[in-house]
Design a protein around this ligand. Structure first.
Ligand SMILES: Cc1cc2nc3c(=O)[nH]c(=O)nc-3n(C[C@H](O)[C@H](O)[C@H](O)COP(=O)(O)OP(=O)(O)OC[C@H]3O[C@@H](n4cnc5c(N)ncnc54)[C@H](O)[C@@H]3O)c2cc1C
Length: 381
């Protein structure tokens, strides 16, 4: 039987996350965005409340929550602010390859650090390799009991604040994607150079920068998993978990914009009545609400598959593609409903719209999600 109701415990977690954002995120979001301030203090508070990295099992010090719990929280954190939501998630993105493919020793060491409040970053993209991961140039060469890593990563969320990195590199370049391996690299290892913080269109409080590895030596035990060349599958498997979370974040950002548009539409008078009473505006609001609801259901459906131990590649792609695209539509419509005021940075919907765009780009663009869906659908419909 399909049951869409949240348990009392899930409602409690959702309300706690919402209250936290109402008090700690929404009042500060404009300033963080304007000045590009990474919200470290608020991230630490959210961690203390048990709202971050929630699927890390209890044996590694985490809350051991379900994927569905994670979606509920991610939606609320990004309803607080899109950039804040992303800044709270890069650590979990880096942790998933360890959780799904790491050795017990690696999990105990690095997931426990995360559970103790340390941050991490996922380093896959390079200046010449985004959607086409096989085009990576970073290489890791075995040298006795160590690997030496050389290469440059680009657009890495949270890199400036990370305690450790998950790094995808070639251990056998001739083998194509089958020659990729994942490594855990402590951020204070000699030879790591951080680029400057990128000046992005939106989500400006989130930290994005390049990371260069110059002859960076890591112990062989930091190869993720037992063997070389399993990195591709492991890095991609992480997306089955993280893409639904990105979808939930997009739902949260869309909802934040919708709330503003709803409030405004019921106050703003034109031609003797609130604009919400003009049918073209009320229908726009109705469509926005339907899109948010549909995207949330796709997200919950992907989470439910994960919680039942099923492969969630297709559902994760459905949720991420749809939620990212509707977030762009809903936030654009919110700007339209606020008219000239919507175009001004004085009102939060402009920030919501700028913040929406990246959901269609990172963790696989909307085009790449369609590529995955078209490959995976088979007879699933
Ligand atoms: C703010 C931000 C944060 C990020 N955080 C991280 C991070 O933490 N870690 C990380 O590793 N990366 C991160 N990224 C990188 C992000 O994942 C990539 O930008 C994304 O995967 C797209 O790669 P690209 O930019 O190289 O675009 P390209 O791959 O060059 O694509 C350019 C365009 O071509 C389209 N395209 C490409 N190939 C195809 C195809 N086969 N069929 C149809 N269309 C295609 C794309 O959809 C896109 O529209 C981040 C990026 C940004 C901007």
């Amino acid at each position: 039987m399909v049951d869409f109701r949240l348990s009392e415990e899930q409602k409690m977690i959702r309300d706690m996350a919402k209250e936290f954002c109402d008090e700690e995120v929404i009042p500060n979001a404009e300033e963080w965005d304007k000045n590009g301030i990474y919200p470290l203090e608020a991230i630490n508070k959210a961690h203390q409340l048990g709202l971050l990295n929630v699927t890390i099992p209890e044996k590694y010090g985490g809350p051991g929550m379900t994927a569905l719990d994670e979606m509920i929280i991610c939606e609320e954190l990004s309803r607080g602010d899109a950039g804040f939501g992303t800044a709270t998630y890069h650590t979990m993105l880096a942790s998933y390859p360890i959780l799904t493919g790491g050795t017990e020793e690696q999990k105990m060491e690095y997931l426990s650090r995360v559970s103790n409040g340390k941050l991490a970053a996922y380093c896959v993209t390079e200046p010449d390799a985004g959607s086409d991961v096989q085009a990576l140039n970073t290489e890791a060469k075995k040298d006795g009991e160590e690997y030496i890593i050389n290469g440059t990563k680009a657009w890495i969320s949270g890199a400036g604040y990370a305690d450790w990195f998950f790094v995808l590199a070639y251990t056998d370049k001739d083998a194509g994607y089958k020659g990729l391996s994942g490594f855990i690299v402590d951020a204070d290892t000699p030879g790591i150079e951080l680029g400057k913080k990128e000046e992005n269109m939106g989500q400006r409080c989130s930290d994005t920068r390049g990371v260069t590895f110059n002859d960076v030596r890591v112990p062989a035990k930091n190869l993720v998993g037992e063997k070389e060349n399993g990195g591709w599958m492991n890095a991609m498997k992480a997306f089955d978990h993280s893409r639904p979370a990105v979808a939930a974040a997009a739902v949260g950002n869309a909802r934040g914009a919708m709330e503003e548009a709803w409030k405004y539409a019921n106050q703003r008078m034109t031609f003797g009545k609130p604009i919400s009473k003009h049918q073209s505006i009320s229908f726009m609001l109705a469509d926005m609400a339907t899109k948010i609801e549909a995207a949330r259901l796709l997200t919950f459906s992907a989470a439910s598959s994960l919680d039942h131990g099923e492969r969630a590649t297709l559902k994760a792609a459905h949720a991420k593609r749809f939620a990212a695209d509707i977030c762009m539509e809903v936030t654009t419509d919110a700007v339209q409903i606020l008219g000239g005021y919507g175009y001004s940075e004085e009102y939060p919907v402009a920030r919501r719209m700028r913040g929406a765009k990246i959901y269609q780009i990172f963790e696989g663009t909307s085009q790449i999600q369609r590529l995955i869906i078209s490959r995976e659908i088979g007879d699933s419909f």
